[in-house]
Design a protein around this ligand. Sequence first.
Ligand SMILES: NC(=O)c1ccc[n+]([C@@H]2O[C@H](COP(=O)([O-])OP(=O)(O)OC[C@H]3O[C@@H](n4cnc5c(N)ncnc54)[C@H](O)[C@@H]3O)[C@@H](O)[C@H]2O)c1
Length: 255
Amino acid sequence: MRSTMNSDPLPSIANACARARQIVVVTGAGISAESGLSTFRGPRDALWEKYDPMQLATPEAFERDPELVTRWYDWRRREGLNARPNAGHVALAAIERIVMNRGARFTLLTQNVDRLHHRAGSRNVHELHGSIHVWRCTSTGRELEPPAHPFAEFPPRSPFDPRGLLRPAVVWFGEALSPSALDVARGAMETGDVFFSIGTSSVVFPAAGFVEHAIQRGGTTVELNPNETPISGRVTHSIREAAGAWLPRLASALA
Ligand SMILES: NC(=O)c1ccc[n+]([C@@H]2O[C@H](COP(=O)([O-])OP(=O)(O)OC[C@H]3O[C@@H](n4cnc5c(N)ncnc54)[C@H](O)[C@@H]3O)[C@@H](O)[C@H]2O)c1
């Protein structure tokens, strides 16, 4: 039965979590919005309003204009370094500890590249789209974690090979996801009995497919998003709230 605007679904969700043997959570850019980081499909930062992020997150864009693409990613990297995990990230880390302490499993699959889940203390985090805090040499494939200050030149030259450039180790549209992250995700999707989709527009695959799969499997499915998405009408509970407001309530209910 889907929750209605009149009934508070929290007790029922907390009850399902307390009984679950494995909880699976997929997060998207929305969970970091309250940390001040822009989502892809929401209001844009004025600096970039003349660019479409969707047009910058592709191998073709990098080939066409590596300076623009690396400047944009370096700007986002430094925005991420200056941002702090918010109450939603912190509550998810607390929920993971509670679930693990009673011997159940907790798997966090994130589409975010900002590492805020790690910084909030989450342990079993899998970055489906890589990390903006790691950059890779286009020639050798070797990776490094750049210092906090901006790169000295754009596009940044690779220190590993004079023919190479550095690019962010994120998964662009049209590129393959990390096989190991996908393996974890697929395994968790087969065994999880409570599934949360938090702060994602649920239109980017494969993460959008995970929620479809969870709905088909018939476990408890929860969407947390202040706005309606294509899956809102099909999950067990669709909660139209900000992650940073609702997740601490769930953490308290489980503690
Ligand atoms: N912070 C990041 O790492 C970051 C930022 C922008 C985009 N991305 C990339 O975006 C792509 C996938 O899109 P997506 O679905 O993650 O993001 P998206 O931008 O498509 O959707 C964000 C969703 O979050 C919702 N939202 C906004 N504020 C919220 C809040 N406070 N609490 C809960 N939900 C909130 C919005 O209604 C929207 O549905 C991925 O490729 C991801 O790597 C990541």
